[in-house]
Design a protein around this ligand. Structure first.
Ligand SMILES: *[C@@H]1O[C@H](CO)[C@@H](O)[C@H](O)[C@H]1NC(C)=O
Ligand SMILES: *[C@@H]1O[C@H](CO)[C@@H](O)[C@H](O)[C@H]1NC(C)=O
Length: 282
C-alpha cells in the first residue's frame, strides 16, 4: 500500500461511517478530528488501531467510481509526464552512461479520440491523443524501442480541493493521479482533411500555441506527427489509501466509460461528466 503510516494512523481514528461527498471524497466531521488531535498518545501510530480492510473499504469510492475519476482526469488534463528509457545507441551529444536510464518529460496531450471519424477513432475509449515531435527526447526514445507510460495528476488543484481531513494542512499527496501504460500508435499521415481539421480543433483548444508545429505546417521549426497512446494498463492512486482506491483499474471499465454513461455491460449508467474531482464544483 503506497500510503504513509501516519495517513493510515489518522484514518484509524476517523474510519467509521464517514460521509461520502458527491465527488467521492470523504469528509470526516471536524469534531472527530478535534477529538483525535486532543487525545493523548496519538503521536505514536503503533498505539492506535489500524482499520480493518472492511472498515476502510466502507469509506472508499468504488473501483468504478475511481475509473470515472480517472477518465475525468484524462479528459481535463492538457499535459502529462511521459516516461521513457534511453536506448543503447545514443547520439554523440549524450553522456555514455545513460543507456537504460529513465527520463520523465512533460508533453502536451488531449482526450481527442472522439473528434476523429469512426474509421480512425478508438470509439472514445480513453486512448490519449499526442502530438509528437520527432526531435523530442521522449519521441526519439520511443522510436528507438523504449516502452512508455504517461502520468497525469490533479496536484495543480490543491488550493480548491482543500484538506482531506479538515484542520490538517493541504496535502497534494491526497489528490488523484493515474499512470497509463501502453504503446504509441501513429495516426495515418497525412490524415484525411476532415479528420485533421477535427483533431486540430480539439487539440488546439487547450494548446493554441501548438498550431505552429502541427503536422504538415510548412512554417514549423520541427517535424511532428499525430499519435495515440493505446492504453494497456492503468494504475490509479486516488489519494490516501484509507479513503481512496490505489491499484490497477479494470481496463474494460476504463475503455467503456463515456462522458455520459458507458458502453453496454460496464458501470452503473454514470459517465465521467457525472462526477467531480476534488475541489471541482458540482
Ligand atoms: C517493454 O516492455 C516489455 C514488457 O511489456 C518488455 O518485454 C520489453 O523488454 C520492454 N522493452 C524495453 C526496450 O525495455
Ligand atoms: C472488469 O469490468 C468488467 C465490466 O464491468 C467485468 O465484466 C469484469 O469482470 C471486470 N474484470 C475484473 C478482473 O474484475
Amino acid at each position: 500500500m503506497m500510503v504513509s503510516r501516519s495517513a493510515t494512523f489518522i484514518a484509524g481514528v476517523l474510519a467509521l461511517a464517514l460521509p461520502l461527498t458527491a465527488n467521492g471524497f470523504v469528509v470526516p466531521p471536524p469534531d472527530n478530528l478535534q477529538a483525535f488531535l486532543e487525545r493523548p498518545g496519538n503521536v505514536n501510530p503503533s498505539s492506535n488501531p489500524i482499520p480493518t480492510e472492511d472498515e476502510a473499504a466502507f469509506t472508499r469510492p468504488s473501483w468504478f467510481t475511481s475509473a470515472l475519476m480517472a477518465r475525468r482526469l484524462l479528459a481535463l488534463s492538457p499535459s502529462g509526464v511521459i516516461s521513457t528509457t534511453f536506448p543503447e545507441s545514443l547520439s554523440a551529444h549524450d553522456p555514455k552512461d545513460i543507456a537504460g536510464l529513465s527520463i520523465g518529460l512533460r508533453e502536451y496531450i488531449a482526450d481527442c479520440d472522439s473528434s476523429l471519424p469512426s474509421d480512425l477513432s478508438h470509439d472514445d475509449n480513453g486512448d490519449p491523443t499526442i502530438l509528437g515531435l520527432r526531435i523530442g527526447t521522449t519521441f526519439k526514445n520511443i522510436a528507438a524501442g523504449s516502452n512508455l507510460s504517461l502520468q497525469l495528476d490533479w496536484w495543480d488543484h490543491l488550493n480548491e480541493a482543500g484538506p482531506v481531513y479538515p484542520g490538517l494542512p493541504l496535502s497534494a499527496a491526497a489528490l488523484p493521479r493515474v499512470t497509463l501504460f501502453g504503446y504509441l500508435e501513429h495516426l495515418p499521415s497525412p490524415l484525411p482533411h476532415d479528420a485533421a481539421a477535427a483533431l486540430e480543433k480539439c487539440f488546439l483548444e487547450p494548446h493554441p500555441d501548438a498550431k505552429v508545429w502541427l503536422p504538415g505546417a510548412s512554417y514549423s521549426p520541427h517535424a511532428s506527427f499525430w499519435a495515440r497512446l493505446v492504453v494497456t494498463h492503468a494504475y490509479w492512486i486516488g489519494g490516501f489509501g484509507d479513503v481512496q482506491q490505489i491499484g490497477w483499474l479494470n481496463l474494460t471499465e476504463w475503455q467503456g466509460i463515456r462522458p455520459h454513461g458507458s458502453v453496454e455491460g460496464v458501470g452503473d449508467g454514470r459517465g465521467w461528466q457525472d462526477i467531480r474531482l476534488p475541489g471541482e464544483k458540482l
